[in-house]
Write a protein that binds this ligand. Sequence first.
Ligand SMILES: Cc1cc2nc3c(=O)[nH]c(=O)nc-3n(C[C@H](O)[C@H](O)[C@H](O)COP(=O)(O)OP(=O)(O)OC[C@H]3O[C@@H](n4cnc5c(N)ncnc54)[C@H](O)[C@@H]3O)c2cc1C
Ligand code: SF4
Length: 812
Amino acid sequence: MKEKLVLVGNGMAGVRTLEELLKLAPDKYDISVFGEEPHGNYNRILLSPVLAGDKSFAEIVTHDADWYRKNGITLYKGDKIVAIDRKKRRVQSENGVELEYDRLLLATGSKPFILPIPGHDLDGVIGFRDIHDVNRMLQAAAPGKHAVVIGGGLLGLEAANGLKKRGMTVTVVHLLDTLMERQLDKAAADLLKHELESTGLRFHMPAQTEAILGEPCVTGIRFKDGIELTADLVVMSVGIKPNIELAKSCGIYCERGIIVSDTLQTFDPAIYAVGECVQHRGSLFGLVAPLFEQARVCSNHLAEYGIARYQGSITSTKLKVTGIDLFSAGEFQGGENHETLTLQDPARGIYKKLVLQDNRIKGAVLYGDTVDGAWYFQLMRESADISAFRESILFGQAHVGDSGYGNENKAVNLPDSAEICGCNGVCKGDVVKAIVEKKLYTLEEVRAHTKASSSCGSCTGLVEQILASTLGGDYSTAPSKQALCACTALTHDEVRAAISSAAYQTIRDAMAGMEWKTPDGCSSCRPALNYYLLCRWPGEYRDDAQSRFINERTHANIQKDGTYSVVPRIWGGVTNSHELRAIADVADKYEVPTVKITGGQRIDLLGIKKQDLPGIWRDLNQAGFVSGHAYGKSLRTVKTCVGKDWCRFGTQDSTGLGIQVEKMTWGSWTPHKFKIAVSGCPRNCAEATIKDLGVVCVDSGYEIHVGGNGGIKVRVTDLLVKVATEAEVLEYTGAFMQLYREEARYLERTAPWIERVGLAYVKHRIVDDRRGREALYQGFVAAQQNAQIDPWAELAGNTEYCRQLAPLTLPV
Ligand SMILES: Cc1cc2nc3c(=O)[nH]c(=O)nc-3n(C[C@H](O)[C@H](O)[C@H](O)COP(=O)(O)OP(=O)(O)OC[C@H]3O[C@@H](n4cnc5c(N)ncnc54)[C@H](O)[C@@H]3O)c2cc1C
Ligand code: SF4
């Protein structure tokens, strides 16, 4: 006969323990679950998006009635356990159910702490813990009404953001002068406050609340200094209190929480406890990652494997407010014997701080750019010696960068041991293994099998990258389609088609019309939408600079020390004394530390301070230069050899042709960067056969090659066609670029695009179909009329933009 296991608390930690147990010993227990809330289990973390209107409750339910039924679990929902008889091993519920147990698991979570001030029990004073609280807030949340959130911590700010999005005027009241002081240092907290203020949130801090006013409903709030604020709703978010009354009432030893050992057993060996209600080695917990670790260990002991030990957790934090990227972990304040590395870039809204001791990371605060949070966190947990890459560590983990193989990405370079999902402790190796062994093709499938990305969702992009890199070609031809990103179920191609058919002409309209899941999109979909709209409506669409990557926004390449590199366009790689003198003058005037010839035959001014960019652009413009777009998903350079004017092997004027090609194609935005070269003979000194488009001159004309790449994954071009005249080279080049612009997916280089669609298709569209080619060419020429506007000239004259590039002053 099966043993009886009773779970008290149908929340995140308890149900996760059951899931783990079912994997290890599915037939060991008859399981009964009591949950005070009248629902199946849901993802409590995602209550904030429900409050903000970004998700519905149905979307955050993780275990519905079916799940309990399929696993043979009896769920008593909306029924609270009120007594435990440890001698008889029996529990009793509020609704009168009595059950015996062999093992009891307590996972009663915690309650919001309510300040015991006058008025705390008025109608309209609410904590933020469960869906019932969210529903009460939503009932009170009418546009124009006032909400006061007491507590400027993680939950308080998420609540405030949600209520503001529902149209309320929201003031956050905080006891200290630093928001989220348990996760952020002053500099990051001030940036956060600034950014939240710019979205319309108000702050009253430091301030001590004396009383909540009104009778019977809340009408206001008064502070110690006598100031009063109007309030129709007060949300108390000042901390949590482990829910231990039940445990205490049956004599289980508790301090601040239920005391548990490394096996998650309470002082009564038949009773286990996990989650926010426990106290382990003196620590309490308020995030899911450690609770899920506890669940793993606890299930191991319930299954009587008896080999796991819980030894505590190091945690990291993220804030789930759209548009604000924030990460914090460990001893982020620093102190004696600690060193701190910081990077501040206010124009990009970025602040990064790493606290080190003996070249090991002890803590981190990231604001504005949190991509490397997981990496820093891993280095911190492994206590890894970072001295080998200390000087560049703030610039993030080595990545493929824009060498550009479409969706190949940062995830490719991560070791299998790299942790991807912090909440669920899932490593890259686990995800790859599941994809390969279980033949998974979609994010949803990976979530279901590995749990990665299923909690707070901040690792979703990384999981998608692993899917893409693991499945390779199969990913795009997979039976289940690949969405553009987690903000939509639509693919790149579907999004492009909708932009055309529904004639969306702004990012906002496109997102609204296509029912985007997030209000503002993400760093994957915004640049893609911006490009697709720009390509489809070249005359009408107004480029959205905020939806571009940082280098495109600043029209210069950021370097590893935070300075910039500036590359003026040098047509076909041919220059003269006037241009060289002007570049030398700029180098002298702005004390440019390094001047370098690039692989694409241009001159690169390296080490430029951000505030010097407008002056340098202006001076270069006056000398006749335009931007070389060395930072953009756009035409980069046209590399040429000297050709027949000078070289004895030269068959054609490769230099002159290269200049013509560059004058026609410069300024064009493309799905990824686009490089061209023209070689004067098959000796190919300009390396035309590893470019996106390469022209190789021969005695009888010009060979046009396409789809080459000289980056990490070298690919030699395919011969597209051989033509007789320079005019044909221009026409084929324009047509090819336009086809690529119109049909490739954003961030897909020509090489993977051609491999995906096939050379035969490209030939069919460009070589066989004369009319089609001419139309593409005309389309390209027309788009260029709106593209060949020098961004440097525009920005150097834009005083507001130039002001943003001024050096950092942090708010005080
Ligand atoms: C709005 C919000 C946002 C959050 N965001 C994050 C985040 O971004 N990242 C993160 O890591 N964590 C976040 N958290 C914290 C995370 O949700 C909790 O750490 C986690 O849910 C705790 O799990 P638990 O099982 O211990 O408690 P709970 O999930 O609270 O489950 C406890 C359950 O037990 C029930 N219960 C209590 N007593 C009894 C009884 N006597 N009988 C029957 N049932 C009982 C309760 O009703 C409750 O349903 C957030 C929490 C909230 C509220
Ligand atoms: S590619 Fe041919 S023409 Fe051009 S420089 Fe080399 S050898 Fe001379």
